[in-house]
Each structure stands twice: as structure tokens, then as C-alpha cells.
Design a protein around this ligand. Structure first.
Ligand SMILES: NC(=O)c1ccc[n+]([C@@H]2O[C@H](COP(=O)([O-])OP(=O)(O)OC[C@H]3O[C@@H](n4cnc5c(N)ncnc54)[C@H](OP(=O)(O)O)[C@@H]3O)[C@@H](O)[C@H]2O)c1
Length: 283
């Protein structure tokens, strides 16, 4: 039986893994949060792995506040770079396969076609840079790794674009949403299933993979669809990135090419609108 540690499991992806765990009776789960197991503490990690005979680790722990990272680069780096490095070192010595989640923000967004795993990385903000540093440490320190880059993650848990839009709709009757940044939303439940599928098939096809839902959309269209599905009457106006000032720069285009993950694991990935509808129906 696979014995799986999930770090940072109070975050949205961690919560989604908790939600679907009962569908995977052949996996024994150990969910830990920052208080129980801090990924920047090597000794704690070593002792946890030794005493629980873990053979897979899903790292959901991360510093994910993209704008705040610009003001707190050291904190972002401690978790996204140093934490990933320590986790890679410890999992390597403990013979544990590491599944790590990364981001579309490792790219600069200048490309006009979907990014493959082999395309050049060039992060344009601190968050993306620290996530890329984390990826590099993992590749160097634990050969038995899966790094899954994802984008525009949402769920009913924690904070994300879907929840922000629904909250704004309770406070305002008119909002502006950026219409010139394009990407693919990802239902965190779909990502959680893919991660567990890798474990179930005991995959040894290590490496970097891209995963999001199918389809390409702007934040503006994403917002409009959320309100349509939720039957919320609100005026949504498109605005350009240059008129929406944020601390961190964001890539204008960060669509991920998913051919590799689909072909390697024989996956068929839900279209973003279908997956969004399903999440909204459960809210
Ligand atoms: N959210 C997105 O749109 C998005 C897009 C692309 C990729 N990703 C990637 O997807 C992954 C999952 O994201 P998410 O949205 O689930 O993030 P999240 O909701 O912010 O969850 C991250 C969790 O990690 C915890 N954590 C922070 N420092 C830790 C430490 N030192 N040790 C253990 N746990 C720690 C956090 O706790 P506190 O909250 O208490 O700090 C939080 O519970 C991340 O790797 C992220 O970079 C996310």
C-alpha cells in the first residue's frame, strides 16, 4: 500500500486531497499542516519520514501570495526555494518519491502558443522566481520527482479567483476585470485526482509535467462565466493590465501545453467550463 505524506494540507490543494481521499482506499494518507510539519525544518521531516514509513510525499506547502512576495522575498524564498530544497534532500535520503506542485508563473508570458515543459523559463515576479528555484533544487536533489506545473487554481477552499469574485458580488454591483491576460483555470479537485492517479499506478515516469483544465480564457471571461453560472446579476467591465496596478507583474499569456501528461498517463482532462460548473453546483 502507498503511504503518502501530504504537506501543507490546510491549503486549497491539500483540502481537495482530503476531500477525495475516501475514493482511494489503496492509499494510506498522512495529512500535515505547517504547525505539525514545517517543510523548512529538516530534522522534523527526517523524523516524520522515519517513524511513518512514508514512500510518497505530495508537497502542497507553498508561499502563494503573489503580490506580498514582492515585499517579502525572503519569506517567499524560505518556503518555495529552501523548503523545496530541504524536502528534496530528505525525501532522497529516505527513498521517498516527491510530487511537487509548481506554477505557470515560471514563464514570462511572451509566447503566443502553449508552453511545453521544454520551453524557456523566465519568471517576471518574485513568486515565480522562488517557485522556479524550488523546481531546480528538486531536479538536482531527488531524481524520483514529479513536478506538476499548474495555473489559475480554484476550489471551494481558501482564497482563489472564484471565491474572490463571489465575495465581490456581495459587496458591489459593478466590477472591472483584466481582459488581456490569458490562461487556463484549473479545478484543484481535478489536479488532486491526477496526482493520486500517478501514485496508484506507481509511476516511475519522473519529470516535469504541465496540468490545467482544457481551454483558454481571460480573467474577464472567467469572471463573466462564474457570474453566469451562479446566476448573479453584476456589471463586469473589461480592463487592460496597464490600468490594473498590482505589486507583482503577471505573465500576459501562461497557457500550459498538457500533451506530455495526457500521453504519459492516458488522461482525458475536463474542459474548464464543465469543471467550473461542477464546482459551482456544489458551492
Ligand atoms: N493558487 C494558485 O492559483 C496556483 C497557481 C499555480 C500553482 N499553484 C501552486 O499550487 C500549489 C498549491 O497551492 P494552493 O493554492 O493550495 O496554496 P495555499 O492554499 O496557499 O496552501 C499552501 C499551504 O502551505 C502552507 N505552508 C506555508 N508554509 C509552510 C511550511 N513552511 N510548512 C508547511 N506548510 C506551509 C500554508 O499555510 P499558511 O496558510 O498557514 O501559510 C498553506 O496552508 C502551490 O505549490 C502553488 O504554488 C497555485
Amino acid at each position: 500500500m502507498a503511504r503518502v505524506l501530504v504537506t501543507g494540507s490546510d491549503g486549497q490543494l491539500g483540502m481537495c486531497l482530503r476531500e477525495i481521499q475516501s475514493q482511494y482506499p489503496d492509499i494510506s494518507f498522512h495529512f500535515t499542516n505547517k504547525n505539525k510539519l514545517d517543510i523548512t525544518k529538516k530534522r522534523e521531516l527526517n523524523s516524520f519520514f522515519s517513524s511513518n514509513k512514508i514512500n510518497w510525499c505530495i508537497n502542497c506547502a507553498a508561499y502563494t501570495n503573489v503580490d506580498k512576495a514582492e515585499e517579502e522575498p525572503d519569506s517567499a524564498s524560505l518556503i518555495n526555494k529552501k523548503g523545496a530544497e530541504i524536502l528534496a534532500e530528505v525525501t532522497n535520503t529516505q527513498n521517498v518519491t516527491l510530487i511537487h506542485v509548481s506554477t505557470d508563473f515560471v514563464f514570462d508570458g511572451k509566447q503566443k502558443n502553449p508552453y511545453t515543459e521544454n520551453d524557456r523559463t523566465n519568471p517576471i515576479n518574485i513568486y515565480g522566481k522562488t517557485k522556479l528555484d524550488g523546481e531546480k533544487s528538486i531536479v538536482k536533489l531527488n531524481q524520483n520527482h514529479f513536478i506538476i506545473r499548474t495555473s489559475w487554481l480554484y476550489s471551494k477552499y481558501k482564497s482563489n479567483f472564484l471565491k474572490t469574485m463571489l465575495k465581490l458580488a456581495t459587496e458591489k454591483n459593478k466590477i472591472n476585470v483584466v481582459s488581456d491576460q490569458f490562461g487556463s483555470p484549473t479545478n484543484a479537485i481535478d489536479l488532486a485526482h491526477v496526482i493520486l492517479k500517478l501514485i496508484l499506478v506507481d509511476s516511475k515516469s519522473y519529470g516535469i509535467y504541465h496540468f490545467s483544465n482544457e481551454g483558454v480564457v481571460s480573467w474577464f471571461e472567467f469572471a463573466k462565466t462564474i457570474f453566469k453560472e451562479k446566476q448573479i446579476d453584476i456589471e463586469v467591465n473589461p480592463i487592460k493590465t496597464e490600468n490594473y496596478i498590482t505589486l507583482a507583474k503577471r505573465p500576459l499569456y501562461s497557457v500550459l501545453d498538457k500533451t506530455k501528461i495526457k500521453e504519459t498517463f492516458n488522461l482525458s482532462i475536463p474542459f474548464w467550463k464543465d469543471s467550473l460548473k461542477e464546482t459551482i453546483s456544489k458551492l
